[in-house]
Design a protein. Structure first.
Length: 317
């Protein structure tokens, strides 16, 4: 398998965290697995690039590195009002025209917008900057309340940890859920957060030990083949359905029903990748009752069928 070339474009002053989001995800190789990505860094001018935390990063490659990239990651853009040099904008547009996937982490969306790559598209950025993005670029459909937006050829993420979510999502798109989950486990992260999940939960105070959802989620994760309903989850937690829904919104930014469906579909993807079970059996094991139900929900979420997904990511490949 040829390595997928990921090139992170950085600019002064570079935020180290956003760069690390990409380098950790694309640079991590699970045990007993072959490397899938070749990760490198470039800048408009090779040499030392100042960072936001007082030290410099030495970069060897210039913009010519983008000519061979399969994925270009713009790892933030500081300050957000800084212009994008014409050479950088031209290089981004040229990479996109050539067929490279272009992704922005956090305020990197401003660079993509200034290069014209977000015109007429949904996009997001850190919630503190969404109003400014919408004001400066009215042709961009700014969604202020999601973790990331992926159009296939162009993707944007919210701030900080959402950059990791986007990178894991891209790995999942390239190599399937099981491979991405291995990387997430190595990084001690939850395996998957949907892009449509809210950027931040409305949480006036940290949950008390007796209100944390962690024990309930762990209990439910081990019983995906059972008839789990919101009512049963509420009964297990010892609260009303309304209280459970409020805690999910506060702590996870989603509803109990959506969380259950997401976890079931994630479990189905892993079974499709790693087993030869018939689709009917996969549906039963993840609690979706029938192959018809699994196919319908799978297509609605991922835009493909379980059979096509297995052909693309199954172990036989």
């Amino acid at each position: 398998m040829s390595l997928h070339r990921v090139v992170a474009l950085i600019s002064p002053p570079q935020s180290p965290f956003e760069l690390a989001c990409a380098s950790e995800v694309f640079g991590t190789v699970p045990p007993d697995a072959e490397p899938r990505y070749d990760f490198s860094v470039c800048a408009e001018r090779p040499g030392p690039v100042p960072t936001t935390v007082g030290y410099a990063i030495h970069v060897d490659a210039g913009l010519e590195a983008l000519q061979d990239a399969d994925t270009v990651v713009v790892a933030a853009w500081n300050p957000v009002g800084a212009p994008v040099p014409p050479g950088v904008a031209d290089a981004l547009r040229a990479a996109h025209r050539r067929g490279a996937r272009v992704a922005a982490i956090c305020t990197g969306a401003f660079a993509l917008a200034r290069a014209g790559l977000l015109d007429g598209r949904r996009a997001t950025t850190h919630w503190r900057r969404t109003d400014r993005l919408a004001s400066e670029f009215p042709e961009v459909q700014v969604d202020p309340d999601v973790l990331y937006v992926d159009h296939g050829d162009v993707a944007t993420s919210a701030g900080t940890g959402a950059g990791i979510d986007l990178c894991l999502h891209l790995v999942r798109s390239d190599h399937g859920a099981a491979y991405a989950d291995q990387i997430a486990r190595i990084m001690v992260l939850p395996p998957h957060r949907e892009g449509s999940q809210r950027q931040f939960a409305v949480r006036p105070a940290p949950p008390r030990p007796d209100t944390s959802l962690a024990p309930l989620l762990e209990w439910a994760e081990g019983r995906m083949d059972a008839r789990l309903t919101v009512e049963r989850l509420a009964e297990r937690a010892g609260v009303s359905g309304r209280t459970l829904a409020r805690r999910f919104t506060e702590q996870l930014g989603t509803s109990p029903g959506q969380w259950l469906l997401t976890r079931r579909l994630d479990a189905a993807r892993v079974l499709l990748e790693e087993t030869d079970l018939p689709v009917e059996a996969v549906a039963a094991r993840v609690g979706l009752a029938s192959a018809v139900n699994l196919r319908r929900r799978f297509r609605a979420r991922f835009g493909t069928t379980p059979g096509a997904y297995r052909r693309a990511f199954g172990r036989a490949r």
